[in-house]
Design a protein around this ligand. Structure first.
Ligand code: CUO
Length: 627
């Protein structure tokens, strides 16, 4: 069956899920045995893929959907499930299945922001837009501006544009669809390469990017949330869940974590101490008591799995599931035993958790634990860092001005009409603001002293020059704030080489996904097929905001020898492999043998970046100017 026909049959699976819970194909009388035991999480409840009972049920469903023998059987199971399974759980499981079924290759998921606008647009904005639409002829479009959800009385509100960005939240939702904590290769037949390490790296990068953004806005870097008794900042998302018309719980300033019936704060503390103990001892213990060393190559992957915790955790009984339960406890602060039947806070959901400032502090705490492990590793040697015979002569950024990138706010529209079954032909659109940057090109002059062509990997990072007090950031701190901008292969001819690479080609980002209308019209861009199925950092957030005076950043470029980087995953196709840095390449080995974050993942010998540079590296000071 052509991809377009499959796409046409997949799209209705997601129609009106947010509001109209009945399947427009009619209630199924028969229910397949494969769906037996599902339907535990009731309709109108917020699904959380961090909360173990929800996740277990979702896993049963996505495994059944992935295992369906034919495309038709898969669709039939989806239609049946839709009649009785929780709305959010259903959407999650069907999405995971579409991304992983071989017969769904090339099919795009509809943008989540159009399926569940309520996870991205504040309730008052949605309501007013709807009200406005009742006063306008049915065949006319309504465009309504997104409302602010806070003000400067909360200093953290300065970062709301970033935390509440639609693209970044959609990226996070997709990342967790591609890497479910409960992934079982033995059932699905697909191995997720270095999944624990990617969990660490993608979230480490989110924290680094958030701190760059904080510095851009004159705010201090965040403080990790490592004291579980500590009162924390408040947060109100203003989101209202369409499936039950209730707001996501807010949190007043000064709230502290509370025990829930399923998990106590002390459990988190116990798991934390066991994990840190394992890192200090240099090994973890499995359920039979066998010790596994946290070695140089696989230690980070083992720890990432163990902390998340994923089904790949070496011992979930002993090390628990600190990361996932943390999300659940933050979300449950205002109604820990559910006596008021409130919705949880946004931390419960991968599509909304990035909105909350505590998300970053929680992940920085997790990152700090993993940093302890990285500290135990030997520093990289000059041999590991260098590239014999290759020298970077100069690096610059070409934009309107050399070595200067401008950022600015721009407006976009989100069509919300397709989420709700409304009796009007005109669309309802929400106009919202987001940050963006001018397009730019890296230009790197490289000299290859050898007489043969050399295959190289180009690694590009950006890191702030000054901290919140205006002091120079030393290399030890800088390496934790370095954000990956791009990574790509080149062939270096003997002699002089000029490498030019556009910002839009970045291995970190994807462009805007196809809208539901475009997908319904049968638009299947080639480009889209190459991308990792909507996983990828949004292109408009590639560059930190910078400031009005022009904020200085180190542009660090490094060339490494492909012979040391290549993973030997030959013969695989490049479907969904555009944003490989944070999302990997679909169902293939992670396309870089080095540790994720290399060369900044380990401690360094020098205090200053300049002193640490080898001939195959360069550091250029660039300016990010915000208009
Ligand atoms: Cu992605 Cu905590 O894992 O959010």
């Amino acid at each position: 069956m052509p991809v377009k026909d499959k796409q046409d049959r997949i799209l209705p699976l997601f129609e009106y899920v947010a509001l109209d819970t009945s399947d427009k194909f009619g209630l199924r009388v028969q229910r397949d045995d494969k769906l037996r035991g599902l339907g535990v999480l009731g309709r109108g409840q917020i699904f959380s893929c961090f909360f173990e009972p929800h996740l277990k049920e979702a896993t049963q469903l996505y495994e059944a959907l992935i295992s369906a023998e034919t495309f038709d059987e898969f669709l039939e199971l989806c239609h049946q499930a839709r009649d009785f399974v929780n709305e959010g759980l259903y959407t999650y499981a069907v999405s995971v299945a579409v991304l992983h079924r071989p017969d769904c290759r090339g099919v795009s998921l509809p943008p989540l922001q159009e399926v569940f606008p309520d996870k991205f647009i504040p309730g008052e904005t949605l309501n007013k837009a709807y009200y406005e639409s009742t006063k306008i002829p049915e065949d006319e479009d309504v465009i309504h501006d997104m409302q602010e959800t806070g003000n400067i009385l909360d200093p953290e509100y300065k970062l709301a544009y970033y935390r509440e960005d639609i693209g970044v939240n959609v990226h996070h939702w997709h990342w967790h669809l591609v890497y479910p904590a409960t992934w079982r290769p033995e059932i699905t037949g697909i191995v997720k390469d270095r999944k624990g390490e990617l969990f660490y790296y993608m979230h480490q990068q989110m924290c680094a990017r958030y701190d760059c953004e904080r510095l851009s806005n004159g705010l201090p870097r965040m403080i990790p949330f490592h004291n579980f008794e500590e009162p924390m900042e408040g947060y109100s998302s203003h989101l209202v869940a369409s499936i039950n018309f209730m707001p996501y719980a807010f949190r007043t300033a000064g709230s502290t974590l509370q025990d829930t019936p399923e998990c106590a704060v002390q459990d988190l503390e116990r798991w934390r101490d066991r994990i840190i103990g394992a890192i200090q001892l240099g090994h973890v213990v499995d359920e039979t008591g066998t010790e596994f060393p946290l070695d140089e190559e696989t230690g980070i992957n083992v720890l990432g799995d163990l902390i998340e915790s994923s089904y790949d955790s070496v011992n979930r009984e002993y090390y628990g599931s600190i990361h996932n339960w943390g999300h659940v406890l933050f979300a449950a602060i205002k109604d820990p035993d559910s006596r008021f039947q409130l919705n949880p806070g946004v931390m419960s959901d991968t599509a909304t958790s990035l909105r909350d400032p505590i998300f970053y502090r929680w992940h920085r705490f997790i990152d700090d634990m993993l940093l302890e492990y990285k500290k135990s590793l030997p520093h990289y040697t000059k041999h590991q860092l260098g590239f014999t015979g290759v020298e970077i002569k100069s690096t610059c950024i070409r934009a309107k001005k050399t070595d200067e990138i401008t950022t600015f706010f721009t407006k976009d529209e989100l069509n919300i009409s397709r989420a709700y079954n409304m009796a009007r032909t005109g669309a309802i659109k929400i106009r919202y603001q987001h940050i963006d940057h001018e397009p730019f090109t890296y230009k790197i002059n490289v000299f290859n002293k050898g007489s043969k062509t050399k295959e190289a990997t180009v690694r590009i990072f950006l890191a702030p020059v000054k901290d919140e007090l205006g002091n120079d950031i030393d290399l030890h701190t800088l390496r934790r704030l370095a954000i990956e901008m791009d990574k790509f292969k080149v062939a270096l001819q003997p002699g002089d080489n000029v490498i030019e690479r556009k910002s839009s080609e970045s291995s970190v980002t994807i462009k805007d996904p196809k809208s539901l209308d475009e997908l319904a019209r049968g638009e299947l861009a080639d480009e889209h097929e190459k991308e990792f199925c909507s996983c990828g950092w949004p292109d408009h957030l590639l560059v930190p905001k910078g400031d009005e005076q022009g904020m200085k950043f180190h542009l660090f470029v490094m060339l490494t020898d492909r012979r040391m980087d290549a993973v030997g995953d030959h013969g695989k196709t490049g479907v969904c492999s555009d944003a490989v840095s944070y999302c990997g390449a679909k169902d293939q080995l992670y396309p870089d043998k080095r540790a994720m974050g290399f060369p900044f993942d380990r401690e360094v010998d020098e205090d200053h970046l300049e002193k640490w540079l080898l001939p195959n590296m360069s550091n250029t000071i660039v300016t990010i100017l915000h208009h």
